[in-house]
Design a protein around this ligand. Structure first.
Ligand SMILES: Cc1ncc(COP(=O)(O)O)c(C=O)c1O
Length: 393
């Protein structure tokens, strides 16, 4: 007997890292000492006060039941204070913040809440692959917009305006941009808000890297009128070393959030109460938390740049976020070839840029979520590979 899978499942593949990390685990099992510079999962722990709060709350006998579908008030208020303190933007704690099980989940919620079959979605190329998968699963049609290094990896809104946008409902944007590390600017936010309003497109800004190596963290809600046509996803995964906790938030007008809640409340329930209370502690951490995090990442990124250098890649030196992104030399076929050679001949796993879209095919991405010692070891191995003239030609 074979039960047929739904059509929508044929529209997506298993997530790249889900399969690739299985291969990495298998190689390790076979005795290969693989250094994983692939995924952006912070290796450092959350702040000690966050862990203590989690431990004390979880050991209480009460608070283990279902939690509110819209997050507990303590967490919503903490998100609101965080937006005020870090971005100087007022967000109403009861109406304009919807805590989520991570922002990845929110991408699906938004897609399911707004897309009808055939509706089009502008997605960045290169960009986070989940935007495209969520569109497909929701029955929508992706319209990738090319980001180019020459243009600072920013969307060319003038070129988009010349196209027929009548079927476009959503646009995904993400600055600091993953995988390129490009930063957004205030001017970009106001242009996006104008673009969204004029073309009746919901602008969805995904903002998980705003506090990583980004001297001027910003939000699209700094623009007057952004609430009419924008949503923003934020997350504690990267900024607070809590990727496995699954805590994020969707910020937007109460009218739009109400629509998303219709979908979300049918799909999941509120997160663990102790985790929500501990997340509130994380959001209230002072400047020294972000400074200490960035101090570590700054040093690591320098090593990642050295690896790119060794591989003959071209790269910008002011990249925000958890990755170093570099263009492979002309002599190399593409990022896949370079990634394979690093994995199979130097036991270093580096992400090929092509998994983020055709615009990333000539690039590779190195994660800095690995301690300095291991990153340095990866650098030494790559150096050996290049020295032995085994580097991809
Ligand atoms: C651009 C981008 N958005 C969203 C996510 C997912 O974040 P979260 O852990 O909050 O689901 C990631 C994770 O790598 C990401 O790179």
């Amino acid at each position: 007997m074979k039960v047929e899978t739904a059509q929508r499942i044929h529209s997506v593949k298993e997530y790249y890292f889900s399969t690739k990390l299985r291969e990495v685990a298998q190689l390790r099992k076979e005795g290969k000492p693989i250094i994983n510079l692939g995924i952006g999962s912070p290796d450092l722990p959350p702040h000690v006060t966050v862990r203590e709060k989690m431990a004390s709350e979880i050991s209480k006998s009460e608070g283990h039941g279902y939690q509110s579908y819209t997050g507990i008030p303590e967490l919503r208020e903490a998100f609101s204070r965080w937006y005020q303190r870090k971005y100087s933007v007022a967000i109403h704690a009861d109406e304009e913040v919807l805590p989520l099980i991570g922002s990845k989940e929110g991408i699906m919620h938004i897609s399911m809440s707004f897309l009808n079959p055939g509706d089009e979605v502008l997605v960045p190329n290169p960009g986070y692959p989940t935007y495209q998968s969520a569109t497909r699963l929701a029955g929508g049609v992706n319209r990738p917009y090319l980001l180019e290094e020459e243009n600072g990896w920013l969307p060319d809104l003038d070129a988009l305006e010349k196209e027929d946008l009548s079927r476009v409902k959503l646009m995904w944007v993400n600055y600091p941009h993953m995988p390129t590390g490009a930063r957004g600017k205030e001017e970009l936010w106001s242009r996006l808000v104008k673009f969204g309003k004029k073309n009746n497109i919901l602008i969805c800004h995904d903002n998980p890297y705003s506090f990583i190596l980004n001297p001027h963290p910003s939000t699209i809600f700094s623009v007057e009128g952004a609430r009419d046509c924008c949503l923003e996803l934020n997350s504690l995964s990267k900024s607070h070393n809590m990727a496995g906790w699954r805590i994020g938030a969707l910020v937007g007008s109460s009218e739009i959030l109400k629509e998303v809640i219709k979908f979300k409340s049918n799909m999941d329930s509120g997160m663990n109460r102790a985790a929500q209370l501990a997340s509130a502690v994380a959001l209230d951490l002072g400047e020294e938390w972000y400074d200490s995090l960035n101090k570590v990442y700054r040093r690591r990124k320098e090593i990642a740049y050295k690896i790119l250098e060794e591989l003959g890649c071209h790269y910008q030196t002011d990249q925000a976020g958890l990755f170093a992104w570099g263009r492979v030399p002309e002599t190399v076929k593409d990022g896949y070839a370079m990634s394979d050679q690093a994995l199979y001949e130097a036991d270093v796993f580096i992400t090929p840029g092509g998994i983020f879209g055709s615009g990333g095919e000539q690039y590779i991405r190195i994660s800095v979520c690995t301690e300095e010692k291991e990153l340095t070891e990866a650098y030494e191995r790559i150096k050996e590979l290049v020295k032995d003239k085994k580097a991809v030609q």
